[in-house]
Design a protein around this ligand. Structure first.
Ligand code: HEC
Length: 145
């Protein structure tokens, strides 16, 4: 009996971890939160409160383009509510605009990777990446509750 309950408990635990992985809202929020830590470091390099580090900047930008290619796939039609999502309804009613904002960020991150060679080029290129984050948020993300 006890053994049966343990097995059932393990099954349920296994199932809920599968569900967590296939939950697009939780997954997109998690990726963006993690990526945001790297972006914050780059913002601090931009401001000069953290010393410029070319390797770190390149790694973060590469991570950003990879992360957002994944994030772009995590707004299916059935993910409009739940998890206190801050995605506005226009993510789905204006899908073309939303997808274009996603492409704009990914290409900004990729072209920054190609052009950043030193601190000066970083300071010219990085603001284009963060502007692409902000412009999508302004249109498609609701304010914090
Ligand atoms: C194409 C649109 C778009 C782009 C580009 C974009 N975001 Fe977002 N972001 C969103 C939306 C929509 C949400 C709300 C997601 C939700 O709650 O389901 C969000 C949420 C977030 C969150 C909160 C995650 C959480 O719930 O903890 C962070 C942090 C974030 N974005 C950072 C960034 C950064 C940094 C960039 C640029 C590298 C970026 N975003 C680019 C649309 C975008």
């Amino acid at each position: 009996m006890i053994r049966g309950m343990l097995v059932a408990g393990a099954l349920i635990a296994g199932l809920s971890s599968v569900m967590a992985q296939s939950d697009p809202i939780a997954e997109r929020q998690e990726i963006m939160k993690k990526n945001n830590q790297e972006i914050r470091t780059l913002s601090n390099m931009q401001k000069g409160s953290v010393p410029f580090d070319l390797a770190k900047a390149q790694t973060a930008l590469k991570g950003t383009s990879t992360d957002y290619k994944k994030v772009a796939t995590l707004f299916p039609d059935n993910s409009q509510t739940g998890h206190e999502t801050r995605a506005r309804p226009n993510v789905w009613t204006d899908k073309a605009g939303f997808d274009a904002a996603m492409v704009k960020l990914i290409s900004a991150a990729e072209s920054a990777q190609a052009s950043i060679k030193d601190e000066a080029s970083f300071k010219t290129e990085f603001p284009k990446v963060s502007a692409a984050c902000d412009s999508c948020h302004d249109t498609y993300r609701a304010p914090r509750r």
